[in-house]
Design a protein around this ligand. Structure first.
Ligand code: ATP
Length: 365
């Protein structure tokens, strides 16, 4: 079985971390066998915009659409903005997310043994932030209004179709997981601000409709978004899958990355019914770019999520096995003490990637 991957390295630390991700994926492909990975590199992002006037050409978009999955590093350079004054990052991210309908922003928040949490006294953290990826406040991207230099607006958009598919995804994700850390209970926590806004009252109503389908299998739970941020910090073990609107998900997933060692540890998948893109949750980290010190774990684990998704979608037990092997290799490497500087170690980006490959080969026997 052959999987064609569109590789979008991007800007800043993007190419540095993606290189290690590809290295580890190749090692897993070799160790397990039964599937082949074909990577095609394409230029996208701020450097591409500076060179060609476009951050994502139509040709590259079509190649992404044809690929079995998209693997991205990170994109954007501060100050590289379009005529509206906003970063060109959105031209790539939102074009791919919206046009390929990658509605489920899956952001696992898992603390690996050997990494110090940003939360005091927490040693076991394992939940997922599921961010709606195509609507909410981001539906206004490229739109909104700007009138006579006096008034600017962006509009919150919640649709029935967008919410139903999101909540179904949330409950199905909870079914596959092992439940929350506290007691193993499978649970989906819906979060927004329905006490104030009609759009979110509608969001919650649809959540309840979908939750009914999973009654007796997965527990439903609610948290108003401001209270949720407090409870996430105080009792992260209470959560299994947290599902929320696009902008809220953007914000709480960055906060939650702080629980597990920072942005360098946080992978993500943007997943739809037909297509998916996998990338670290972090941006291009311009202050550390080019120094060879970026943490590649988020990129490696995003590659692991991609392989698992490809395995599920194509019924490839080998691809799923290879994905599990990658996660075990990352965990073993960190436990051995190999870490980049952001999580208290001395490894370079490259030497950490090499150490994961060594662990993987050892685990594979
Ligand atoms: P964006 O808006 O594009 O998501 P951002 O403004 O949130 O980006 P990031 O680039 O994600 O910013 O960086 C946030 C912080 O995390 C910075 O201090 C950065 O150095 C750090 N960081 C991000 N990625 C990594 C990484 N791979 N390794 C180590 N530190 C990182």
């Amino acid at each position: 079985m052959r999987f064609n991957i569109a590789n979008l390295a991007g800007d800043g630390v993007g190419p540095e971390v993606l290189k290690e991700g590809v290295k580890v994926l190749r090692a897993a492909e070799k160790a397990i066998g039964g599937f082949e990975l074909e990577f095609q590199d394409y230029a996208v992002g701020a450097n591409c915009y500076l060179q060609t006037g476009s951050a994502l050409s139509e040709d590259v978009f079509q190649e992404c659409k044809k690929a079995d999955a998209i693997y991205m590093g990170a994109i954007g350079i501060p100050g590289v903005v379009d005529s509206h004054g906003t970063e060109v990052t959105g031209h790539v991210m939102f074009k791919i997310r919206f046009d390929l309908e990658l509605f489920a922003g899956v952001r696992p928040i898992k603390l690996y043994p050997g990494v110090r949490s940003g939360l005091a006294d927490k040693s076991a953290i394992d939940f997922v932030v599921l961010r709606e990826n195509c609507e909410g406040l981001f539906a206004s991207y490229g739109g909104g209004t700007y009138t006579f230099d006096e008034v600017a607006t962006d509009t919150m958009v919640i649709t029935r179709k967008g919410s139903e598919r999101l909540f179904d995804y949330a409950f199905q994700l909870a079914q596959k997981r092992n439940g929350r850390v506290l007691d193993g209970k499978k649970m989906v926590t819906c979060s927004a601000k329905w006490n104030v806004f009609r759009s979110f009252a509608f969001f919650k109503k649809i959540f309840d409709e979908i939750a009914d389908k999973y009654e007796g299998q997965v527990q439903r739970d609610y948290a108003i978004i401001d209270a949720l941020t407090l409870w996430m910090v105080q009792q992260p073990e209470n959560f299994d899958v947290i599902v929320t609107e696009n902008m809220f998900g953007d914000i709480i997933s960055d906060m939650a990355a702080g629980f597990i060692g920072g942005m360098g540890m946080a992978p993500s998948g943007d997943i739809g019914f037909k297509h998916a893109m996998f990338q670290p949750s972090h941006g291009t980290a311009p202050t550390i770019a080019g120094k060879g010190i970026a943490n590649p774990v988020a990129a490696i684990l995003s590659g692991q999520m991609m392989l698992n998704w490809l395995g599920e979608r194509n019924n490839s037990g080998e691809a799923k096995m290879a994905a599990a092997l990658i996660e075990n290799a990352v965990a073993a490497t960190i436990l051995k003490g190999a870490k980049t500087t952001d999580i208290g170690g001395t490894s370079s980006t490259e030497s950490f990637g090499d150490a994961v490959v060594a662990s993987l080969n050892k685990l594979a026997g």
